[in-house]
Design a protein around this ligand. Structure first.
Ligand code: CTP
Length: 416
């Protein structure tokens, strides 16, 4: 089943009686795990109040293109921050316009940007879907049909409309789909199917190397990037196994999660799971050293100095890249400087297909941050994935890997 967990949905609402269903749609999207922000056109505000949408979404509601404040800033005492429209477009994992009126569809088909919602639809790099709602004559009018055809050709997704009795008393096509169906179709927007039928093994999070039964060596990895990659791989249709060090994160949907603590446990779990997998992604921040001999009882403070003797842990990524046949192997390089050069060194040293280099140790990026950027370093060149939310970044990485695998399969077919 497709999932809305952790998705950011920008819900556009245009003027139509079906706007009364919008609060229910917000509720259903949120029940699925999505974060929802509403944008109202001027006409929509005649049918539904921003206050209602703010209450059900628990997020700011946006209405104006120029000099706007989110409405909730006005209605809820100012806790929400104003956000530029481009930032709002970037925020969205998907834009869904429901109900989409005939007028809105016409303006979108012309590529107009004369209000906030049309501007956001133009500025968004995320998928855009419309759920038309109008009188059956208006829907069947050739002008509307040709506008819809234009939007479809431009890659917009069409949800419905349904057929049946209408608010105006007529019967025919043009009814907005029910919120439950729109929520289901919205979840489906994230299913790319690019890795259909393939096995993907991913490591994530920190490791814990015991010093004694209560103390250990660990690091600041939150696991967010690896978990986001696992979710993105599942959305791409892969069979995903996530081997996770200790994190506070919930298991992603449709992913088999194996929890481990130490680097050795992670190594063992990876080698149990990786056979038959086509992709291995090492996103874990694995300890490079562990105490040689962890104490079996709690170490008491006796002397002024204490020396811990450490020994190298096995390199999981290099060991997987050395298998025959080896899966497409992706490593991460968290660097405080010289990202590309260091990533290139790791690419050669570990004999992997791709190193995703990222800058850590700067505010708002890296381990604990929500956003990150990656430099994908391969033997053939470098691709930059710009700074963006980790969930989007993960999808971009999976898309990149899927393209590499498809190219490889193409080459294999040519040789055959
Ligand atoms: N890795 C691994 N097993 C280890 C250590 C690292 O699989 N024992 C993987 C990580 O998951 C990551 C990549 O290797 O994908 C990181 O490479 P590494 O050279 O270990 O990075 P650093 O520890 O940052 O290296 P250095 O301190 O040498 O720069």
């Amino acid at each position: 089943m497709a999932t809305l967990v952790n998705k950011r949905i920008l819900l556009g609402i245009t003027g139509g009686i079906a706007a009364y269903k919008s609060p229910d749609l917000v509720r259903r999207l949120r029940e699925g795990g999505a974060e929802v922000r509403c944008v109202l056109t001027r006409a929509a505000a005649e049918f539904i109040t921003p206050l209602t949408l703010h209450a059900v979404s628990d997020q700011p509601v946006y209405q104006n293109l120029f000099g706007e404040q989110p409405t909730s800033e006005v209605v809820s005492g100012g806790e929400a921050k104003a956000m530029e429209h481009i930032e709002l477009a970037r925020w969205a994992d998907a834009v869904v316009v429901a109900p989409a009126s005939a007028d809105f569809i016409a303006r979108l088909a012309q590529g107009r940007a004369d209000d906030l919602l049309t501007t956001l639809c133009l500025a968004a790099d995320a998928p855009v879907a419309i759920a038309p709602a109008m009188n059956q004559q208006m829907w069947q009018n050739p002008a509307t049909q040709s506008n819809v055809e234009t939007l479809r050709r431009n890659g917009l997704h069409l949800f419905g409309p349904g057929d049946g009795s209408q608010a105006c008393g007529e019967v025919g096509p043009g009814r907005m789909l029910e919120p439950v169906d729109i929520a289901r179709l919205t979840a489906g927007l994230f299913e790319s199917g690019e890795l259909e039928g393939l096995g993907v093994v991913i490591t994530a999070g920190p490791t814990w190397e015991a010093i004694d039964p209560v103390r250990g060596i660990t690091n600041k990895s939150s696991g967010k990037m690896g978990y986001a990659i696992a979710a993105a791989a599942a959305e791409a249709g892969a069979r995903v196994t996530l081997i996770s060090g200790p994190t506070a994160l919930a298991d992603p949907d449709r992913v088999k999660v194996v929890r481990v603590a130490s680097a050795q446990e992670m190594y063992d779990a990876v080698h149990t799971q990786v056979h038959g997998a086509q992709v291995f992604i090492a996103a874990a921040a694995v300890a490079d050293y562990r105490p040689v001999a962890p104490a079996t009882t709690k170490i008491k403070k006796k002397s002024e100095h204490l020396t811990l003797e450490l020994v190298r842990t096995p390199d999981i990524l290099a060991s997987v890249a050395a298998l025959t046949p080896a899966p497409f192997a992706v490593g991460f390089a968290a660097e405080t400087e010289n990202v590309e050069a260091n990533a290139r060194t790791k690419l050669a040293a570990k004999k992997v297909d791709l190193i995703a280099g990222n800058l850590v140790g700067v505010p708002d990026r890296g381990f604990e941050a929500e956003d990150n950027g990656l430099l994908l370093v391969e033997a053939t060149g470098v691709t930059e994935l710009p700074i963006q939310p980790k969930t989007k970044l993960a999808r971009a990485l999976i898309h990149h890997v899927a393209q590499r695998l498809a190219a490889r399969r193409g080459q294999t077919r040519e040789r055959a």
